[in-house]
Design a protein around this ligand. Structure first.
Ligand code: MRU
Length: 370
């Protein structure tokens, strides 16, 4: 197996500016910047997010994407606005404003549940503050800002725990192997989160334990999250990895003795059915028929206990131009109809390895709200 240049792959300029990992979100005292992921891997460009409207647009256009990153950027954009807000007259005014902004952010993309759950938690806190007589409006604002800002550090801590739990479980189940071969889909690394990643975090933890033989990373058509983003992260982290097109997955499973497929999640239903990037379901079917373990790695904040099964998960339909064009160049025949769902649902029974969260690895029938 050779790298593109047959030599040591070198990351594009700008990537090693003292960053521990590729950093999707930069936040400091009310100033928020995101790495524009539409420009990767060619250019490493940060853009400012000055308010909720900026965040909504950046999320909708997929300048920032990945279920956890969407919720963090949405939450932080509200923190940015609240910090700039003059002291609110009343807590009720503050509550109405916060609720209105969060309701709006939830409409940015429908499938990932993390923004919705983050909004519900913040509204609940705001309600509690309205009722608490000893807290005035200015103090309530500060409490909400701190709550929203905590998302960044909490997500990294959760991801480190997900990485540990997942790597341990996989190593245990592959105990007769010196090194492990895994396949992953879409992008679930530091670019999709506050840092470290979920499914890619598990792979990173395996790599740090010197347990990775090879990672097979799918291109993830139509938007190429695998070849543009995951491949970049794998090269950056110096993890031995090979890019495959989506239609090579079955052949790769047969050819390369893959031990586990590890993917992320945009929403896990109460019964364990999991919505993730389109193509995950077909990988799950293939993994089952090749007797390969399938793991879903996601924070608890991706589990939606309010819906019983995957049937109720809303699936986003993306613009057809994502399929018909590569950049500005049309690659599909003009006039053809398109179907471009961004996600599909993998039935719980196909998740044979388990659902890896910061609280441990669960079988689908073991998921309970905590
Ligand atoms: C840790 S990210 C998990 C999922 O959000 C990821 O696998 C995925 O499907 C991303 O979809 P995207 O359309 O890029 O937001």
């Amino acid at each position: 197996m050779t790298s593109e240049s047959d030599g040591e792959p070198s990351p594009p300029p700008g990537y090693h500016n003292g960053m521990a990992t590729l950093q999707a979100i930069k936040y400091n005292d009310g100033s928020l910047e995101i790495l524009d992921q539409l420009l990767l891997p060619e250019s490493c460009t940060y853009i400012s997010i000055n308010n909720v409207q900026d965040a909504w647009s950046a999320i909708r256009e997929m300048k920032v994407r990945g279920a956890p990153a969407i919720a963090i950027v949405g939450s932080l954009s509200l923190a940015v606005e609240l910090r700039k807000l003059a002291a609110p007259e009343t807590k009720k005014d503050l509550h109405s404003l916060v609720k209105e902004k969060l309701d709006y952010l939830v409409t940015s993309r429908p499938t990932a549940v993390n923004m919705q759950l983050a909004a519900e938690a913040c509204v609940k806190l705001s309600n509690y503050l309205v009722d608490k007589a000893s807290v005035d409006a200015a103090e309530a604002k500060d409490v909400l800002v701190k709550h929203l800002e905590a998302k960044l550090a909490n997500d990294i801590a959760d991801n480190l725990a997900i990485g540990e739990h997942g790597a341990r479980d996989i190593a245990k189940k592959c105990v007769n192997k010196d090194k492990i071969r895994v396949l992953t889909h879409c992008n679930t690394g530091s670019l999709a989160t506050a840092g470290y990643g979920t499914a890619l975090g598990v792979i990173l933890s395996l790599h740090k334990a010197n347990l990775v033989d090879q990672v097979y990373c799918t291109e993830t058509r139509p938007y190429n999250h695998g070849s543009r983003l995951t491949a970049l992260e794998l090269v950056y982290e110096k993890i031995p990895a090979t890019l495959i097109c989506d239609d090579m997955a079955a052949a790769a499973m047969k050819e390369f003795n893959i031990d586990a497929v590890i993917v992320g999640a945009d929403r896990v239903a109460a019964n364990g059915d999991t919505a993730n990037k389109i193509g995950t379901y077909q990988l799950a079917v293939l993994a089952k028929s090749h007797n390969i373990l399938l793991y879903v790695a996601a924070p608890f904040s991706s589990i939606d206990f309010q819906i019983p099964s995957g049937q109720s998960i809303p699936i986003e339909e993306r613009p057809h131009s994502e399929m018909t064009h590569t950049g500005s160049i049309r690659t599909a025949a003009a006039g053809i109809n398109c179907w471009n769902p961004g996600f599909d649902v993998t039935p719980a029974q196909l998740i044979t390895g388990g659902i890896v969260t910061e609280k441990g690895v669960f079988k689908s029938d073991q998921l309970v709200p905590v």
